[in-house]
Design a protein around this ligand. Structure first.
Ligand SMILES: [Fe+2]
Ligand SMILES: [Fe+2]
Length: 327
């Protein structure tokens, strides 16, 4: 159930692994972009060792647990505004070290992401921005994708597409691998197999770190659950995006990978997955072409997960959902 206040709700089942209250505020100063990227366009076991940047604000060097906040698809102005308002607060309250957000709908019209939006999200705490089927909707973002920095797109698109979907990042003394792939079931794009792509990416990432996080951007729950099992024990966390609806199946898989089918979205609560319901309903009722518009009306909803990862083993310790309603 959703609360009508601006507080974070713990929605997981009763368990000792679910914190009933957010963590205390961290005294550690926070840099807007403490993560520095190093990417591999073609995963290879011979890729160079990644130097650890000295320019970052780091968690304690001997951090034994990495706490990461993952936000679902930000939808247009409403989603970005909600993220900007709450992301750093949540990071402080959870005492998290890393924020990953899916930005495939972050542009004002809900399609793709613009360079201006990327800058704004980074300024408000987004360390890594993942993508999806809308990653190429804004040409303005292509130069940023080509930088192969902290803006990712699904890795299983053709290599000719701008950007990459596999990254190795440093956070203090930690190395963190991130894989962004897109599913193929009920998706329009004719792209490579996300399972095999992830296998290929792991041949490199596993030589560098055991902390590996995967954003599986897909429509079908079964395909996302399938990737979770496929990668169980080989990555730290697999979370799904794209449907804009948070699922309630967060858990630790048998071999230690944290998993949730979909982490949801940030956008207008009373729209339809972030769009004005009138436009979506018109299409559903008439089957005529209708131009969807993002909904910008409050209240807003922001959903995602907080996940704890053992930095020594790379296994997930906890996966917990959060839901914020902003009136
Ligand atoms: Fe999508
Ligand atoms: Fe989306």
């Amino acid at each position: 159930m959703l609360d009508n206040t601006n507080k974070t709700l713990s929605q997981g089942p009763a368990s000792s692994t679910h914190a009933s209250e957010p963590e205390q505020v961290s005294p550690t100063p926070v840099s807007p972009t403490p993560v520095s990227p190093t990417h591999v366009s073609a995963p290879s076991a011979t890729a160079p060792v990644v130097p650890v940047s000295k320019a970052q604000v780091a968690p304690p060097d001997r951090l034994t647990t990495l706490r990461v906040l993952c936000f679902g698809d930000l939808i247009g102005i409403a989603g970005c505004t909600a993220f900007q308002k709450h992301a750093m607060r949540l990071k402080r309250e959870y005492d998290a070290q890393l924020i990953i957000v899916n930005g495939e709908n972050a542009a004002p019209n809900g399609r793709g992401i613009t360079s201006k939006t990327v800058a704004s999200l980074r300024h408000c705490g987004a360390n890594i921005i993942t993508g999806g089927n809308h990653s190429f909707d804004q040409r303005d973002s292509y130069p940023l994708l080509e930088e192969k920095g902290t803006l990712l797109r699904p890795a299983n698109f053709p290599n000719a597409c701008p950007g990459t979907g596999v990254g190795l990042f440093t956070l203090g003394s930690l190395k963190i691998g991130v894989i962004n792939v897109q599913g193929r079931v009920y998706m329009r794009q004719d792209i490579d197999c996300p399972f095999k792509l992830a296998d290929s990416a792991l041949t490199y990432l596993q030589s560098q770190t055991n902390i590996i996080i995967v954003d599986m951007h897909a429509e079908a729950s079964s395909e996302k659950i399938g990737l979770g099992y496929h990668l169980d024990g080989r990555v730290s966390l697999v979370f799904g995006t794209h449907t804009h609806v948070q699922t309630a199946d967060e858990r630790i898989l048998p071999k230690g990978t944290g998993f949730i089918t979909d982490i949801g979205m940030a956008g207008s609560l009373n729209g339809m997955i972030g769009m004005k319901k009138e436009t979506v309903m018109a299409q559903l009722l008439t089957q005529m072409p209708v131009k969807f518009e993002t909904d910008t009306e409050p209240p807003f909803i922001i959903t995602g997960i907080v996940a704890d990862i053992d930095t020594v083993t790379g296994k997930a310790i906890k996966v917990e959902r959060f839901v914020v309603i902003d009136e």
